[in-house]
Design a protein around this ligand. Structure first.
Ligand SMILES: Nc1nc2c(ncn2[C@@H]2O[C@H](COP(=O)(O)OP(=O)(O)O)[C@@H](O)[C@H]2O)c(=O)[nH]1
Ligand SMILES: [Mg+2]
Length: 300
């Protein structure tokens, strides 16, 4: 089996191209030229690390203090010190409610999570609360068959809150250990759909308090993903983020402003379309992968 580090590293390939190049350029130098600093700053901004973060990093890297040749280590320790400790991210609860904008990867992620937890010998139920498109239920059904995971769907109602309520009721009464609810995509700008999501959450909470709300953010959307999370968070309390499609983007630095600006933990990275392309987020591995440091590279 490929290690989580290797998968994280490979998922960050596109993001790393610019950054690794900028760091290779300054390798071994004791003082950085204005041109070096500019290249590095541009690469950091391009990776979507966010303006404020980049400013602080540049400030730190341009200080000519002793022993500063190991720029990569300095980058990681500077950034690491700014970030909240991901170890403190609470364990995911029994019921997982997946929310997010259309096409960000909710259904695929629901299936990946089902695969992950059933692989850990949990009894998993998928709940198809995307009632808008028949194809959405079919998509989840295909996954559930492939994974051998139970699917709860109700095609006789168009009310996603009803499906969620019935699904959770059934899952709890049948002693499923993990309930994963897939919801319809919605634009954070649509007031009606956000109200509906509020209702889905409200009825879910009537059945259980043991629930984590996870938002999928497509890493390709960069800073806009932050705004999505903010607005979803106004409709229901978001507990964490799953950053999808890391494999297809050069903007994979976005996990940093997500953690800093939103103060939300990133639980997983989506790095492909297959069921095992979901990697638990590990801050150190992620930061190393961003700039191309080996897994065993020593850091101060
Ligand atoms: N490359 C890649 N594609 C992904 C990833 N996650 C989802 N997708 C693809 O993105 C598309 C939309 O995903 P879907 O789960 O249907 O999004 P939803 O509308 O939020 O439910 C599908 O073609 C997925 O295969 C990922 O991590 N990497
Ligand atoms: Mg979907």
């Amino acid at each position: 089996m490929i290690s989580f580090f290797k998968k994280t590293f490979s998922g960050l390939r596109k993001t790393r191209q610019q950054l690794a190049h900028a760091f290779a350029r300054i390798s071994g130098k004791t003082v950085l030229s204005p041109q070096d600093l500019e290249t590095l700053e541009a690469a950091l901004l391009q990776a979507d690390l966010g303006w404020q973060v980049v400013e602080q990093i540049m400030d730190r890297l341009s200080k000519p203090d002793a022993g500063g040749e190991d720029w990569e280590a300095r980058f990681i320790t500077t950034l690491g010190a700014m970030l909240p400790d991901t170890v403190s991210a609470p364990a995911l609860k029994q019921t997982l409610l997946l929310v997010g904008v259309n096409g960000t990867g909710k259904t695929t992620t629901a299936a990946k999570l089902a695969g992950l937890f059933s692989g850990e010998q949990e009894r998993v139920m998928l709940i198809a609360a995307d009632t808008y498109r028949a194809a959405a239920v079919e998509q989840l059904k295909t996954w559930s068959n492939r994974l051998g995971v139970h699917l709860m769907a109700n095609t006789s109602t168009k009310d996603p809150a009803a499906v969620t309520f019935d699904g959770i009721t059934s899952g709890l009464s049948k002693n499923y250990e993990r309930l994963i609810v897939d919801t319809a995509g919605r634009l954070h700008t649509s007031a009606n759909l956000m109200k509906e999501l509020e209702k889905i959450y409200r009825v879910a909470r009537k059945k259980t308090a043991d629930i984590s709300v996870l938002i999928t953010i497509d890493a390709n959307t960069g800073q806009n993903g932050i705004q999505q999370a903010r607005e979803f968070n106004e409709a229901l309390p978001i507990d964490g983020v799953i950053l999808t499609k890391m494999d297809g983007t050069a903007r994979g630095g976005i996990a940093v402003p997500i953690m800093l600006d939103l103060n939300l933990p990133v639980y997983y990275l989506g790095v492909g379309e297959q069921v095992d392309d979901l990697i638990p987020f590990d801050q150190r591995s992620y930061l190393k992968g961003l700039i191309g440091l080996r897994e065993d590279a020593l850091l101060p």
